[in-house]
Write a protein that binds this ligand. Structure first.
Ligand SMILES: Cc1ncc(COP(=O)(O)OP(=O)(O)O)c(N)n1
Ligand SMILES: Cc1nc(C(=O)O)sc1CCOP(=O)(O)O
Ligand SMILES: [Mg+2]
Length: 326
């Protein structure tokens, strides 16, 4: 056992017996405590515990150090280390992208819905995320077919009315409207779908959402969250923030395009994917070049000086050849 612990230390305990004997001060003083057992590895960082199960290579610990060195958060570096196979070194690109080599997140089964979520299209295209029903109506009039109502800080009756109005408008335009956060109101209004964050997964009733026939979109911000999200078999998975954003305070640093491309390689055959965060017309082609089927945008529409022009340009970004030869 170490004699002194620094805030950046990661402590590794082999076997749960070591863990039981470890002083509780380890868990508060160190950046993280990794408990390695035969079939599982748990990482405790502050009050969060990340538990993974599955096969791993003998050199997983060296891989863990290497992925930490690439600036992944410890729980994401641990997922990659778990997925690392020594044989990868023989490949052109050694990066783990084979889903079958990735570990399973332990302890999620009781939250999962037994009924599958209704599917949504693989390519959702342009996906504006907007704060109220007025914005929803404005964008529907411009021909947007996938959008999200992300209304924050409204009291219950107002929120209920906004959701109802937005859902009715979307239905009249045959468009796909997701409601952020408020899954009960979304069910009540019979919305096309619901978008939830990772922290909502413990409180939302996924079975009720699936039984009601609503689609489910889930946010992710790295490998661990992607494994969690995919476990629930949602209708799509959103990956963010690709670039810096001022729309909300993000707890994680931006992913960037190379990480996005690798996330897409991992999941693109499995579930529709949406990129979000700092996306505008200037970067849209680079984002789509990763193979992601959809880009969600806030400021690129809500802060556009000419909304119609901005929407047309973004739509064109998804179908650059549409209309040629007409
Ligand atoms: C398409 C899409 N992706 C991610 C988010 C973020 O959702 P969430 O994590 O629930 O955070 P808030 O939007 O509630 O701040 C999203 N809304 N849409
Ligand atoms: C609402 C939201 N969720 C994100 C995530 O990464 O989960 S990023 C984001 C804001 C995106 O806004 P803009 O397009 O203005 O950068
Ligand atoms: Mg939310």
């Amino acid at each position: 056992m170490p004699s002194s612990i620094e805030a950046h230390d990661l402590i590794i305990l082999y076997s749960t017996t070591d863990a039981a004997q470890a002083e509780s001060s380890y868990f508060s003083a160190a950046a993280g405590v990794l408990t390695v057992a035969d079939k599982t590895i748990s990482l405790q960082c502050g009050d969060k515990i990340y538990s993974l199960a599955g096969a791993r290579s003998n050199d997983w610990l060296a891989a863990f150090a290497a992925f930490l060195d690439c600036n992944f958060m410890p729980h994401d570096a641990l997922v990659l280390a778990h997925a690392w196979r020594t044989d990868n070194l023989a490949a052109n690109d050694a990066w783990p992208v084979d889903y079958d080599s990735f570990p399973r997140v332990v302890g999620l089964d009781h939250l999962r819905s037994n009924t599958p979520f209704a599917p949504c299209p693989w390519q959702l295209g342009l996906y504006p995320v907007v704060p109220n029903a007025d914005w929803v109506e404005r964008l529907l009039d411009l021909g947007v077919t996938t959008l999200q109502l992300r209304a924050k800080n409204l009291e219950h009756a107002m929120l209920q009315a906004e959701i109802k109005r937005a859902v009715q408008a979307a239905r009249q335009h045959n468009a796909q409207l997701f409601i952020n956060d408020h899954w009960q109101l979304a069910i009540e209004a019979n919305a096309y779908g619901v978008h939830l964050g990772q922290e909502d997964l413990c409180t939302a009733n996924l079975q009720t959402i699936a039984n009601a026939g609503l689609r489910l979109g889930l946010s992710t911000h790295g490998y661990y969250e992607m494994l969690v999200a995919y476990h629930f078999q949602p209708s799509y998975i959103a990956i963010g923030a690709v670039f810096p954003t001022t729309t909300k305070v993000m707890p994680t640093t931006p992913q960037g395009l190379s990480r996005l491309a690798r996330y897409v390689q991992l999941l693109k055959e499995k579930v529709p994917l949406v990129a979000i965060g700092g996306i505008d017309h200037a970067v849209l082609a680079d984002v789509l070049a990763t193979g992601v089927g959809s880009a969600a945008v806030v400021r690129a529409v809500t802060e556009a000086s000419d909304l119609r022009e901005a929407v047309v340009a973004l739509q064109q970004g998804f179908a650059p050849n549409a209309g040629l030869g007409k």
